[in-house]
Design a protein around this ligand. Structure first.
Ligand SMILES: [Zn+2]
Length: 136
């Protein structure tokens, strides 16, 4: 028998659905029912009040709306800020911190599958400054 610490046990995963305000962009994301999300204080997350659920890319499926997405980039251009060209909502994007993953905006998930949500602050503003000190 192998033993596993509780911290190593995968949380109960569910398929959440979500999308943008007008409904052109819809997606599925597999994640725990009890969500841990990040509240980032960097320049763009502050302005958009974005709440991050970061998942590996294979746990995200874009159901429809690829043709409706516009992409905004700034600074290093690593983050791909996809937003709906019709309603302007950024329901998911490719974050600079996880360029191989997806950050889903928890505010854009359908609430039915969310059991609980714990919000943790992320000091993205300071991280940005630290990166700039290191040069491009
Ligand atoms: Zn939209």
């Amino acid at each position: 028998m192998t033993t596993a610490k509780a911290a190593d046990m995968p949380a109960t995963m569910v398929v959440h659905t979500g999308g943008c305000h007008c409904g052109k962009v819809r997606f599925e994301v597999t994640a725990p029912a009890d969500l841990e999300v990040a509240d980032c204080n960097c320049s763009i997350c502050t302005q958009s009040a974005y709440l991050h659920l970061i998942v590996p890319a294979e746990r995200f499926v874009l159901l429809r709306g690829r043709e409706s997405l516009s992409t905004y980039t700034f600074n290093t251009g690593v983050a791909k800020h996809h937003f709906c060209a019709t309603c302007g909502v950024k329901s998911f994007y490719v974050p600079r911190s996880h360029p191989d993953g997806i950050s889903v905006n928890v505010r854009c998930l359908d609430p039915a599958t969310i059991v609980s949500m714990q919000v943790k602050p992320f000091d993205g503003r300071r991280w940005e400054e630290a990166r700039e000190l290191l040069g491009p």
